[in-house]
Design a binder for this molecule. Structure first.
Ligand code: CS2
Length: 459
């Protein structure tokens, strides 16, 4: 069967191929981190703009860890399908917004040429939490500095740099790490980045599980072409950005602009991601493969709903236009989508980079507010127990944290693991006794039983 390409994509009318002229699309977006999330999220918004007739927002996507994704995108002329699935219906769409796929540093010359182009409007990032803070983090800011310097030297005006990773104040954070690595603080370049580059914060939301080869084969059978870069996702897709000069152009794509993104970020990172990570660790501890199974499990469901509604959701002030209970219900419904096959193991990776904002900060805020913390303490204990009991943990700090989580005294395991210097947020030690008590329980009793007892109020 044929492989998706420029030569044939218009033949597949069942998958809504783009009708705009690919040759007229300008590269307005340079994107760092060409993973599935970018291709299912930001690229879909830009594709909508192109479809509406605004051809200024084509993307050059840059892969950084290896050339594999860029190479496989090029093998399909950068075309790929996003299949939105909700359990009953499939809505596949061919996305044409990605017009170039490059590899840094191999294609540096072309990347810098784009940086120097008057067409470039923004740089977007999806590089995962650890790229901003772990030991080898200097790579990301250094690369951005190289790109921005090329633009500065060309004398063109500044652009927006938009982080699309699940970190609170992701724009401010990106700004800081970039300014930190520019050594000449009194140079014109430093001043230009400081004043001419905009770093609006942004909140992103779409579930994008890793694709399986079975899904690719099934899709090929059904739609008649081979797409090795197929993406399976949910219908939901949300992007909220802090007010910026680009808002007029981007609003028609369905991107929302608001004066302050912080409350939206907190809502998303705590109620969605905090819950998601909790489900992932519970699933890993009781042998459930996919989170959609865990969220409807009768032993787990009451715990996660109450964790969301009675703890995570009360740990901050939500935006005025979000009704928390309804938001929480929608999140649970989205996660229970059975067609997504989102593996708990995928979500459980990099806990040391994710939990500071997903669980630790909300736990500290609840304590400060004098509100209940028993479920969030249980969730944190589940992570410590996961670190202790799993052989191979995919986390940049696994080698340091696992021996600490395995200390025999529960209180030592908790205080040493959570007190580890490189964790971006430290859990307030006043919570350690409660977390240690849960850890002790988890060491002797299957987690589902502990959750059932907790919800019955018998522990
Ligand atoms: C997940 C997120 O893997 C994870 O850590 O929690 O990728 C989640 O699916 C997205 O943030 C949803 O918007």
């Amino acid at each position: 069967m044929s492989k998706l390409a420029r030569a044939n994509y218009l033949n597949y009318s069942a998958v809504n191929p783009p009708q705009y002229s690919m040759d007229q699309v300008k590269i307005g977006v340079l994107h760092m981190g060409l993973g599935a999330f970018h291709r299912a999220h930001q690229a879909v918004f830009f594709d909508r703009l192109l479809r509406s007739g605004n051809l200024n927002y084509g993307i050059c996507g840059v892969s950084q860890r290896s050339s594999t994704v860029a190479d496989s995108m090029n093998a399909q002329d950068c075309l790929y399908t996003v299949n939105a699935q909700d359990g009953q219906a499939n809505t596949p769409t061919i996305i044409g917004a990605l017009r170039e796929a490059r590899y840094f540093p191999r294609d540096l010359e072309r990347i810098l040429e784009i940086a120097r182009s008057p067409d470039l409007k923004m740089i977007t990032l999806t590089v995962s939490e650890k790229a901003y803070r772990s030991d080898d983090a200097s790579q990301l800011p250094q690369r951005l500095v190289t790109i921005l310097r090329a633009r500065y030297e060309s004398g063109l005006p500044g652009i927006a740099v938009i982080s699309c990773d699940n970190l609170p104040s992701n724009g401010a954070f990106t700004r800081k790490i970039i300014l930190d690595v520019i050594t000449e603080k009194s140079s014109g370049f430093f001043e230009w980045v400081n004043t001419q580059i905009r770093f609006p914060n942004s909140m992103v939301d779409r579930i994008v599980p890793a694709i399986t080869s079975k899904s690719i084969d099934d899709f090929e059978q059904r739609y008649g072409y081979r797409d090795d870069s197929l993406i399976s996702t949910e219908p939901y897709n949300e992007w909220v950005i802090e007010d910026d000069a680009l808002s007029q152009d981007l609003t028609p794509a369905g991107i929302r602009f608001v004066p302050r993104v912080a409350p939206y970020e907190l809502t998303k990172i705590r109620l969605f991601n905090g819950n998601h990570s909790t489900l992932a660790y519970i699933s890993q501890l009781c042998g459930i493969e996919y989170v959609h199974e865990a969220i409807i499990d009768s032993a787990i469901a009451p715990f996660v709903s109450r964790l969301q509604e009675e703890e995570l959701g009360l740990s901050f002030k939500p935006p005025h236009d979000i009704a928390l209970k309804e938001y929480a219900r929608t999140v649970r419904k989205r996660v229970s989508n059975p067609t997504l096959l989102h593996r708990a193991e995928q979500i459980a990776m990099d806990g040391s980079q994710k939990l500071p904002q997903r669980l630790f900060s909300p736990a500290n805020d609840l304590l400060q507010l004098g509100l209940p913390t028993q479920r969030i303490s249980m969730a944190i204990a589940a992570w410590v127990h996961f670190l202790a009991t799993k052989d191979q943990v995919n986390d940049p700090l696994a080698d340091q944290l696992q021996p600490l989580a395995r200390l025999s005294e529960p209180m030592s395991a908790v205080s040493q693991t959570l007190g580890f210097a490189q964790l971006a947020t430290k859990v307030n030690p006043a919570l350690f006794p409660m977390i240690a008590a849960w850890l002790e329980k988890l060491r002797s009793t299957p987690i589902k039983e502990v959750l059932i007892e907790l919800e019955r109020g018998s522990v």
